[in-house]
Write a protein of this length. Structure first.
Ligand code: DQA
Length: 150
């Protein structure tokens, strides 16, 4: 697909299934920060970088796909995508990323490649422009910093 013609300063931050439960969900893996905490960290860093973040979460695959299309239609600068378990299953997300001009940066709190074998495949990673994983909430901040350089 063609390159993103007129990127805005908006970075869409899409979070997939079960990430609404961050803070209480398997804290030994994902830590104690909630998604709201992460959104706050991103808003602070975005302000410093002259960017704006639009943080969303859905447990439904189709919502994530609709939002990728929306980011593209609106000329977002980039999408940070933590697709949760859909990372490892969703050819539909792979196709959506391939269909849009907006660069997508894959984000994970944990490092899926150091976990169960079924997490080693990433359909998102097959089309993503970049990835940041294994840094906890800081993965999102580093991904935002990468988006600022796009
Ligand atoms: C995750 C890793 C995925 O394997 C898992 O299904 C998640 C969270 C992460 O951020 O580490 O839901 O994307």
């Amino acid at each position: 697909m063609a390159s993103n013609p007129k990127p805005s300063n908006v970075v869409m931050v899409l979070n997939g299934p079960n990430l609404n439960l961050l803070g209480t969900r398997e804290p030994e893996i994902y830590g104690s920060a909630t998604l709201d905490d992460i959104a706050g960290m991103l808003e602070d860093r975005a302000r410093e970088l002259g960017l704006e973040v639009d943080v969303r979460q859905s447990n439904h695959e189709g919502h994530l796909i609709d939002w990728l299309h929306e980011a593209n239609a609106d000329g977002a600068r980039a999408v940070l995508l933590n697709a949760g378990a859909y990372t490892h299953t969703s050819i539909a997300l792979l196709d959506a990323i391939k269909a849009i001009a907006v660069p997508v940066i894959e984000v994970h709190l944990s490092d899926p490649t150091n976990r169960e074998p079924f997490r080693h495949i990433s359909y998102v990673g097959m089309a993503a422009a970049d990835e940041v994983k294994g840094l906890g909430p800081q993965s999102y901040v580093v991904a935002l910093e990468k988006a600022a350089l796009l």
